[in-house]
Design a protein around this ligand. Structure first.
Ligand SMILES: [Zn+2]
Length: 311
C-alpha cells in the first residue's frame, strides 16, 4: 500500500509515491496552462495511472499541497491563488474518488513541506520547527510542541511573508503595505529588474544577483542587501513569535542561499532573546519535493509526528 503526493505550483507540479519510509517515485510535470485546474488534473491523472500500472498494490490516498490558505481538516481551498482561479470550490475529493477510488487530503504547500521534512527530512525529531519557502512569494509553516499551527481561520504560521516589516513601505499583492514580500521576495526582485531595465534577468531571478558580472555593481549589491535584510527580519520575527529549534529554507531562492545561512544565523544570535546556537538554519533536504512528500503523508495524521513506518 502506498500514497501519492502532489505539490501543485503555478509553473510545475511535483508528484511522488511514498510507501512506509520509502519514496518509490518522484517526477516533475510542467504546467501547460494554469488558468484552470482542468489541464493539470488531466496530466496528473495520466502520470498517476502510468505509475499505478507498474505497482498493482493498493493506492491508499492522494494528498495535494496547494499554495493558498487551506482548510485542511475539511479539504477546502479557501483563498484564491493567482493561478488556478477555479480551485476555490473545486471538488477535488470527488475527482480522486471518481478517478482513482481513493481518499483525498488537501494542505497548504508550506505546511505540507514541513510535514515532509518532519517525516523524512531535517525536522524529524524536532517538536518546534519552522519552514520558510523563499520563492516568488514567501510561504511559511510552523510546528509547535509537535502540532502544526492552524488557528481560527487556517492561516496561523502561514503568512510570515505578509507580516509588516516596513509600516510605510511598498504596496503588497495582498493589498497590505510594507509586507515582507513587498519589501523583498522573488516578485519584488522581478519588479526591481524592470525598474533598472534589466527584464532579461527575470528568468534567472536570484541567481542573477550572484553572477560575477553583476556582483560588484552597486545597484545589484543594494538589491541583494535589501533582500537578505528582509529574509533576516522574517527569521528574527519567526524566532521571537514561535521559538523554533530549526528553520528550514525551501523554494527556488533558497537554492542559492548557502552563502547566506551563516549571515542569518549570526543575525539571530545578535538580535534574538535566546542563547547562542539554539536555532539551526538549514536548506531543505527534500528540495522541490518536500511539499509533495508531505502531501503523501497527510493520510496518516496531518497534525501528528507519527513516522510513516509506524502504520
Ligand atoms: Zn502582503
Amino acid at each position: 500500500m502506498y500514497s501519492i503526493g502532489i505539490d501543485l505550483g503555478g509553473t510545475s507540479a511535483q508528484v511522488v509515491a511514498v510507501k512506509k519510509d520509502k519514496i518509490l517515485f518522484h517526477t516533475s510535470i510542467l504546467v501547460r496552462d494554469n488558468s484552470s485546474l482542468q489541464h493539470i488534473l488531466s496530466d496528473l491523472s495520466n502520470c498517476i495511472d502510468k505509475f499505478r500500472i507498474s505497482r498493482p498494490e493498493a493506492l491508499v490516498s492522494i494528498g495535494i499541497a496547494f499554495p493558498s490558505i487551506v482548510d485542511a481538516p475539511n479539504n477546502k481551498i479557501l483563498s484564491q491563488y493567482v493561478k488556478y482561479p477555479d480551485a476555490v470550490g473545486f471538488d477535488l475529493e470527488n475527482w480522486a474518488k471518481i478517478k482513482f477510488g481513493t481518499a483525498l487530503f488537501l494542505e497548504n504547500d508550506a505546511r505540507a513541506a514541513l510535514i515532509g521534512e518532519n517525516h523524512f527530512g531535517l525536522a524529524k525529531g524536532y517538536g518546534n520547527s519552522c519552514f520558510l519557502t523563499l520563492g516568488t512569494g514567501i510561504g511559511s509553516a510552523i510546528m509547535l510542541d509537535g502540532k502544526l499551527l492552524r488557528g481560527s481561520n487556517h492561516l496561523a504560521g502561514n503568512l510570515l511573508g505578509h507580516t509588516i516589516i516596513q509600516y510605510d513601505g511598498g504596496k503588497c499583492n495582498c493589498n497590505g503595505i510594507g509586507c515582507a514580500e513587498s519589501e523583498g521576495s522573488g516578485w519584488w526582485l522581478n519588479n526591481k529588474f524592470h525598474e533598472i531595465n534589466r527584464e532579461d534577468l527575470c528568468d534567472q531571478g536570484f541567481k542573477a544577483l550572484l553572477e560575477p558580472e553583476n556582483v560588484s555593481s552597486p545597484i545589484f549589491q543594494e538589491i541583494l542587501t535589501q533582500l537578505i535584510k528582509v529574509y533576516k527580519t522574517i527569521m528574527i520575527n519567526a524566532v521571537h513569535c514561535y521559538d523554533p529549534e530549526i528553520i528550514i529554507l525551501g523554494g527556488g531562492i533558497a537554492e542559492g542561499m548557502n552563502t547566506y545561512i551563516p549571515v542569518f544565523q549570526k543575525a539571530i544570535e545578535q538580535h534574538c532573546w535566546i542563547p547562542p546556537g539554539t536555532v539551526k538554519i538549514m536548506k531543505s533536504s527534500l528540495g522541490i519535493y518536500a511539499g509533495a512528500i508531505g502531501a503523501a503523508c497527510l493520510y496518516l495524521n496531518r497534525d501528528s509526528k507519527t513516522p510513516l513506518n509506524a502504520t
